[in-house]
Design a binder for this molecule. Structure first.
Ligand code: HXC
Ligand code: NAP
Length: 301
């Protein structure tokens, strides 16, 4: 889909890059010539991903590297230390805020700690990394791109994932605000709002029974979930120079799911029987008889 050197010389940090969509993006960015840093809380997961992706990339003849940092993005000091250590080798060009926490729960039963955990990862984590990189980019006049990963419920909200909904809505506001505030100093800022894409992290927490997957797919006009590869291709486009005029946008990739849910008559239309569709059509007028035509003629004079 892209030239193999699309991301040549780009140095990219992906938070939560050890698993799921972050890992798929790391692989794609490496294939396209980037140097990639991934972070997460679990060093063993990061190490396994670095090993796996280095081998794949080496076998395709690429030489660029992938590095990992164990870091909890909720901890501003830890983020600052990680960014300083990366910058010691040279500035980053791209930050992808992908780390997230989420679970299904009835809001009234949640502890304060549950809210703090998810808001801390999603909203504060994004703020910590964005400020640590942004201050450096602005001071050095270094052009850069930030790509934030949100969800389709940032605008609508969603029952049962309220900490995530409020945090992701905050990330969307941050994206649009800084796209304007920092845009004239060479920093582009966009977001991807994905619909459901099967990953262990998301599906184990949000779709507790396998049969829900069928119901979830029925909510999607394209009739299937998205794939990590489709997500990674969109991410590659948005961080590349080829999308240089896209700034402050939230790109939805959900197979049309949220629009199907929002349309007033969509559900009704899906339920109507063939007989009911026929009844909704205008009644056919019977063909005019000779007597009708004569009557019309005499009326005209
Ligand atoms: C209610 C819960 C809970 C649950 C944890 N808590 N899980 N409350 N229901 N299922 C509460 C705990 O009781 C605790 O509160 C607080 O949250 C922190 O829990 P810990 O287990 O100590 O936190 P921690 O180890 O930091 O784990 C963070 C986490 C966990 C968010 C809770 O799920 C996680 O590590 N997630 C990372 C990966 C992830 O979530 N991926 C999915 C992304 S999918 P107290 O009061 O005791 O301190 C996504 C969008 C999908 O974001 C959209 C699909 C369409
Ligand atoms: P995932 O595999 O669970 O990814 C989450 C990643 O975040 C993990 O690698 C996790 O690693 C890391 N992480 C969590 N807390 C962290 C912290 N405090 N500090 C640093 N890293 C942390 O889930 P995914 O499906 O790939 O999700 C990726 C992104 O897509 C998320 O932003 C999610 O909200 C978004 N999204 C996913 C879907 C979907 O259907 N998959 C839909 C909409 C949006 P550690 O546990 O090792 O820290």
């Amino acid at each position: 889909m892209f030239r193999n050197d699309l991301l040549h010389n780009k140095r990219i940090l992906i938070t939560g890059g050890g698993t799921g969509l972050g890992k798929a993006s790391a692989q794609r960015f490496l294939e396209l010539g980037a140097e990639v840093y991934i972070c997460g809380r679990r060093q063993e997961v990061l190490t396994a991903t670095v090993q796996e992706l280095s081998q794949r990339v080496a076998s395709s003849g690429e030489t660029k590297k992938i590095h990992s940092h164990a870091c909890d993005v909720r901890d501003a000091a830890a983020v600052e230390a990680m960014i300083a250590s990366i910058w010691a080798d040279g500035p980053l060009d791209v930050l992808m805020n992908n780390a997230a926490g989420n679970f299904l729960a009835r809001t009234e039963e949640l502890s304060l700690g549950a809210f703090q955990s998810v808001i801390g990862i999603v909203l504060m984590g994004t703020l910590h990394t964005t400020l640590a990189c942004g201050r450096r980019w602005l001071a050095a006049n270094h052009a850069a791109v930030v790509l934030n990963i949100t969800t389709t419920y940032t605008t609508t909200g969603s029952a049962y994932v309220v900490p995530s909904a409020v945090a992701k809505a905050g990330v969307q506001a941050l994206t649009r605000s800084l796209a304007v505030e920092w845009g004239d100093r060479g920093i582009r800022m966009n977001a991807i709002a994905p619909g459901p894409i099967p990953t262990e992290g998301a599906f184990s927490r949000l779709l507790p029974r396998a049969e829900f997957e069928h119901a979830a797919q029925k909510r999607i006009p394209l009739g299937r979930f998205g794939t990590p590869e489709e997500f990674a291709n969109l991410a590659a486009f948005l961080i590349s120079d080829g999308s240089g005029y896209v700034n402050g946008d939230v790109v939805t990739m959900d197979g049309g799911e949220w629009l199907q849910g929002a349309g007033e008559f969509t559900a009704l239309g899906r339920e109507l029987t063939e007989k009911e569709w026929q009844m909704m059509k205008p009644k056919k007028k019977p063909p005019e008889t000779k007597t009708d035509l004569k009557a019309k003629d005499s009326a005209r004079g």
